[in-house]
Design a protein around this ligand. Sequence first.
Ligand SMILES: *Cc1c(COP(=O)(O)O)cnc(C)c1O
Length: 454
Amino acid sequence: MSQHRYLLREDQIPTNWYNIAADLPVPMPPPLAPDGSPLQPEMMTPIFPMELIMQEVSQDRWISIPDPVREVYALWRPTPLHRAINFEKVLGTNCKIFYKYEGVSPAGSHKPNTSIPQAYYNAQAGVKRLATETGAGQWGSSLSLACQLFGLECKVYMVRVSYDAKPYRRVMIETWGSEVVASPSNDTNAGRTILAANPSSTGSLGIAISEAVEDAATREDTNYALGSVLNHVLLHQTVVGQEAVEQMKMAGASPDVVVGCVGGGSNFAGLAFPFLAEKFAGADIKVIAAEPASCPSLTQGVYGYDFGDTAGMTPLLPMHSLGHSFVPPSIHSGGLRYHGMAPLVSHLVHTGLVEARAYQQRECFAQAVAFGRAEGIIPAPEASHAIRAVVDEVERARQEGVSRNILFNLCGHGNFDMAAYASYLSGEMVDSAYSQDELDRATAELAGMPALPA
Ligand SMILES: *Cc1c(COP(=O)(O)O)cnc(C)c1O
């Protein structure tokens, strides 16, 4: 029997995170304070512990992973890398398709790779409670787990549309011991303001972030934790790509194409950044970020400064954005409904080192179902965008008459997303489009933002 699963030993869990900021061919523009002045690290101390702030601004290539974090990682890491041999057969391709599977974590996605260190550093700093937002519930459940393991309380503001559509994620958050409310909520000024204007608001990640940041900024015992977008979050995810580099060596194949789906950019970065280091050193690797056509920050957004949240409480981040007041249509990939994009990923797209593609949800689900039937694992709806992009690359290789090694991040399983699969299988699913007027209105607000440095 031939072996198509590449496994590492526990002592091969990486000992450092890889900080791509040290290697960028063109340095990134800096974040700014909400009023446009330079952002001083001390300004972030009301909501983040110093260790994470230092990681956020670090230029060191390697940042060591604390032993207690590696010990928790060992609950599910190293994660397997598979060759999708059956999916290759279904596609009739001579390309080799590999996937790194992050769905083996307790929460079922890559998110605990950063929730664990974030809870750890907050506990070390004497913080008692964390506040956060969650879209599909993946981040809320991952942080709830991490807070339980490190003895912290946690409150999760869950985007209303997911709170109603994904009750099991909500129960998971509660099972691991955290409190969860639908956002917009009546518990914060930001939430009350939105509800006053629109009582039936379905919420958005931007709104939920405003609520969680306000909670953390107004309570002495509470810090804030973010599941994507920021540099330190992407940093923590690089355990994924470092393991994959070793596993591709075991498979005797180096990737020609590396693919990830992008919401805020963290699972993509986790897989891609260690391979981008090889690309910076001369390797010929195409790197693709796949996003939903209904929330297309990289392909339709404006590259410039914008707030990370709706109420304008966060620093101004240099990123591709649809405008901080943009409310994306409700799609099944709740984790991809974010108006902005990680500054690091935005910068890499802007400088031409990463390509962005946008896909409609039905074409993504079609490939997710084909993949699940061939490989067994039912992908998270978010990950279906990566699979759709892989199929594009297979087609491209066929047209060019070449064989390529394609690696993607299967960042989570879809076992809590059966409603989405039911909607697809019954033929009820539609390709929800954003309103162009709404996008024009939200991006027009960006005109008043500070300009990026030349
Ligand atoms: C949260 C989430 C995403 C989107 O977030 P990124 O930071 O872009 O990775 C994608 N897939 C899954 C399974 C998620 O839980």
